[in-house]
Design a protein around this ligand. Structure first.
Ligand code: ATP
Length: 442
């Protein structure tokens, strides 16, 4: 993890938020390469989920009517038990003390459970994870709104709007990507648990009685999505929630877990939410949330199958999964360790790099022209500094799938070498053939 965090900063994947002010706990900024990777993940998700006839897209507001969060159960239930240390003032999740360390610099590395055994901790209190703010100029109770802790509710309250506007028939789904906020007590493990993060959620509305079948379908689809983007199968697993650990709304729930360096962690949840959400919104709003099925002339409250992935957590899983240290030969035949990010080509932040072998004999001009011709089609990078072997390594480290080199032979026959990141194999190709070649492989 340390290597990955430092590579992320050095190469511009992820920076600490407000770093020059000492950072803000649980918040991170995506740098030039990070933003590309994150956008590519979201784009792949969007394509997989909405380029089909039975799912529509939505982008709901982050701020919602406060009653939404009463209906959803978040005001009452979205809490973690919390204890404070009277001595060092550190705050812990009461159910995670086993893994926590004392907050006092004087006791560096000391287990928090020891402090607890010495009676330094307060009683556990319930702490609501929603961030509160106010709308309008008066900061009173009547003006309280919340930053959404999940994107799902924006979908539920718009269920009938989307259905009517798109003329979809059940079963169908609504997909949304957006920011969510949780005032997590302990943020840790880089992007794994942050206070501001992005979710990619899809809610699929089905007829009661068909929910188990659709749950099975979406479980398989979502696992296949991670695998289709190259995630290593032996680092992915399902984890079923025990019946007594299910959320208050759920009939069945599986997490897709990834094996991070610190252990298995959830990256996506697939839940059978029954008719809980729509029934609650019907109850709290006084508006019918029922669906009328023409065919059987039947009115019912749909069940919902939810697929809820963290974009930021998936980002971190893809980053961890791509990282390799390999033995590779240098130009003079010695062996060295190369760091290579084996991103799936569709996720790679940069798709190709173009190098002139040397900065003379007209090579830079040809390389610049290749760069300019590729630029409208993909993210490319031009690099003419240092030995070509070092330039390859710099691209390996950020996962660029192809490096194109202009050399002396190019001057004679208009061909270039194309080097593939993982195999390091080089091919000679006519400049003319570059674009179709890259397109096919990306
Ligand atoms: P956890 O138990 O890890 O807090 P959760 O079960 O509360 O997660 P869900 O409410 O099911 O998570 O949220 C769906 C997805 O949103 C998670 O699988 C995860 O990828 C992402 N997510 C949730 N909380 C965070 C967070 N604090 N930081 C980053 N991603 C998050």
């Amino acid at each position: 993890m340390e290597k990955l965090v430092s590579l992320s900063k050095r190469r511009g994947f992820v920076f600490q938020s407000s770093e020059i002010y000492g950072g803000l706990n649980g918040c991170w900024d995506y740098g030039p390469l990070g933003v590309e990777l994150l956008r590519n993940i979201k784009e792949q998700w969007w394509q997989a989920m909405t380029y089909r006839e039975d799912v529509e897209g939505l982008d709901a507001a982050i701020l919602m009517h406060p009653t939404v969060w009463q209906a959803s159960g978040h005001v009452e239930n979205f809490t973690d038990p919390m204890v404070d240390c009277r001595e060092c003032k550190a705050r812990f999740r009461a159910d995670q003390i086993e893994d926590a360390l004392c907050g006092s610099p004087a006791y560096k590395g000391r287990k928090a459970s020891k402090c607890q055994a010495e009676g330094k901790f307060t009683e556990a209190r319930q702490f609501n994870l929603m961030f509160k703010t106010f709308v309008g100029p008066v900061e009173d109770a009547g003006a309280v709104v919340y930053l959404r802790p999940e994107t799902a509710q924006g979908i539920f309250v718009n269920f009938l709007n989307v259905q009517a506007a798109s003329r979809q028939k059940i079963p169908f789904g609504i997909a949304q990507i957006g920011k969510a906020f949780r005032n997590e007590i302990n943020t840790k493990n880089f992007l794994f648990r942050t206070r501001e993060f992005e979710q990619m959620e899809m809610q699929f509305f089905v007829k009661p009685g068909t929910d188990v079948e659709w749950f099975t379908y979406w479980k398989a689809e979502r696992m296949a999505w991670f695998e289709s983007l190259g995630m290593q199968k032996d680092r992915l697993q399902f984890h079923q929630h025990e019946p007594d650990k299910l959320a208050h709304y759920a009939k069945d729930a599986y997490d897709i877990e990834y094996k991070f360096p610190f252990g298995w962690g959830e990256i996506e949840g697939i839940h059978n939410r029954t008719d809980f959400d729509l029934s609650r919104h019907e109850q709290f709003s006084g508006k019918s949330m029922k669906y009328f099925e023409e065919q059987g002339k039947e009115k019912f409250t749909p069940f919902i199958i939810e697929t809820s992935a963290g974009a930021s957590r998936s980002f971190m899983a893809f980053l961890v999964d791509a990282y390799r240290e390999e033995e590779a030969p240098t130009a003079d035949g010695k062996m060295e360790t190369r760091v290579v990010m084996r991103f799936h080509p569709r996720l790679a932040p940069l798709k190709a790099a173009v190098f002139p072998l040397v900065n003379r004999d007209g090579m830079p001009e040809i390389a610049k022209k290749i760069e300019a011709d590729l630029r409208p089609h993909m993210r490319v990078f031009y690099d003419d500094s240092g030995a070509v072997g070092r330039r390859y390594r710099r691209q390996d480290e950020i996962g660029t799938p192809f490096c194109i080199t202009v050399d002396s032979q190019t001057l004679a026959d208009q061909t270039v070498t194309v080097r593939e990141r993982d195999s390091m194999r080089q091919e000679r190709l006519a400049i003319q053939a570059l674009l179709p070649y890259l397109r096919e492989r990306l």
